[in-house]
Design a protein around this ligand. Structure first.
Ligand code: SAM
Ligand code: DTB
Ligand code: SF4
Length: 350
């Protein structure tokens, strides 16, 4: 069961201010690849209609969460993730930098809050967290972001149980750690850590009572079955991730995937719609790749159930639409930003 499920019924319930109106949508954890593939292959507008129906049954208000990202430790990463501009082994022009200082990070968080973001996610190009002064600084950053009244999220690589507990004690709301793709395709993209390593980190985050943010990337050269396999892997966990980022590959020169075909918006819309149907009570985040999309495609993603975006002109190292451009789109389309959800404790274990 996820933290948004009722312990008795396994249905979406209303205790979380970000969520659920309805008690009627069951949360399933037994999706088969065939079933998900059948959804993915529906005529697009039928699929979007079904996703929007689930979305409206569960989500009271049609609001969109605005999350800002900051790369607090850029580049020089020892891992070999084939998509990533921050892997030291690829010549991408991203220089290795030191961990940012706490006041600088908090100044960026304040700026993001002023621009309208309610969640602040700090990313580090680390394979794993190492105990010591750098991790202690990250704990200070988390405390500082919380004191600004924002939701705090980190993505720092693999974690131990003790580190997850320290992050929780510092007030961390969510930890991002993606499965990225299906287990079958994973080995073609990353060799320096396994799918199972990722699942172990996710279990540690969950056990520490931190909300789980876990999704993937499309455009890695995967088949449609791999895409559906990723969705099955996410939805069939014991708890659905509270937040599911769906990234379109941002191809970066120098990475092994630089020449991959551009992701078609319709593929992204299908993936988001399936994520919404499989994980009705999760925040589904339209993540990397928005800069390459037109306004209509972004709105169709929202129609398909995306209720969160990265907000601010940079993701970690690559571009994202400018604040003004996003705010203009939201104004034109009447999309309302979601208020912060800072005072609701996350109940991760039932
Ligand atoms: N180093 C940590 C890790 O890998 O868990 C945290 C940062 S890592 C950059 C966070 C996520 O960003 C990756 O799991 C991947 O899903 C996404 N990402 C990285 N490069 C990307 C790209 N070029 N296009 C789309 N998503 C990307
Ligand atoms: C996620 O799933 N996407 C974000 C966030 N989690 C950390 C990162 C996207 C990174 C895109 C490439 C870059 O900007 O370096
Ligand atoms: Fe390192 Fe994370 Fe990039 Fe992989 S995705 S190379 S672990 S920064």
């Amino acid at each position: 069961m996820s933290s948004l499920e009722s312990p008795r019924t396994g249905h979406a319930h209303t205790s979380h201010s970000h969520a659920p109106l309805s008690l009627e949508v069951p949360l399933r954890h037994d999706w088969s690849l065939t079933e998900v593939r059948a959804l993915y292959d529906l005529p697009l507008l039928e699929l979007v209609y079904r996703a929007q129906t689930v979305h409206r049954q569960v989500w009271k208000e049609n609001k969109v969460q605005l999350c800002s990202l900051l790369s607090i430790k850029t580049g020089g990463c020892p891992e070999d993730c084939g998509y990533c501009p921050q892997a030291a082994r690829y010549k991408t022009g991203v220089a290795a930098e030191k961990l940012m200082a706490v006041p600088e990070v908090l100044a960026a968080a304040r700026q993001a809050r002023e621009a309208g973001a309610t969640r602040f996610c700090m990313g580090a190009a680390w394979r794993e967290v190492k105990d010591g002064p750098q991790f202690d600084s990250v704990l200070e950053m988390v405390k500082g972001v919380k004191s600004l009244g924002m939701e705090a999220c980190c993505t720092l690589g693999m974690l131990s149980d003790a580190q997850a507990q320290k992050l929780k004690a510092a007030g961390l709301d969510a930890y991002n750690h993606n499965l990225d793709t299906s287990e079958q395709h994973y080995g073609d993209i990353i060799s320096t850590r396994t799918y199972d390593d990722r699942l172990k980190t996710l279990a540690r985050v969950r056990n520490a009572g931190i909300s789980v943010c876990c999704g993937g990337i499309i455009g890695l050269g995967e088949s449609v079955d791999d895409r559906c396999g990723l969705l099955v892997a996410l939805a069939n966990q014991e708890h659905h991730p509270e937040s599911v980022p769906v990234n379109a590959l941002v191809p970066v020169e120098g990475t092994p995937l630089a020449k991959n075909a551009r992701v078609e918006s319709i593929d992204l819309i299908r993936t988001i719609a399936c994520a919404r149907i499989l994980m009705p009570a999760s925040m589904v985040r339209l993540s990397a790749g928005r800069e390459q999309m037109n306004e209509e495609a972004q709105l169709l993603c929202m129609m398909a159930g995306a209720n969160s975006v990265f907000f601010g002109e940079k993701l970690l190292t690559t571009g994202n639409p400018e604040h003004e451009k996003d705010l203009a789109l939201f104004a034109k389309a009447g999309v309302a930003p979601l208020e912060p959800n800072v005072d609701v404790p996350v109940v991760a274990k039932q």
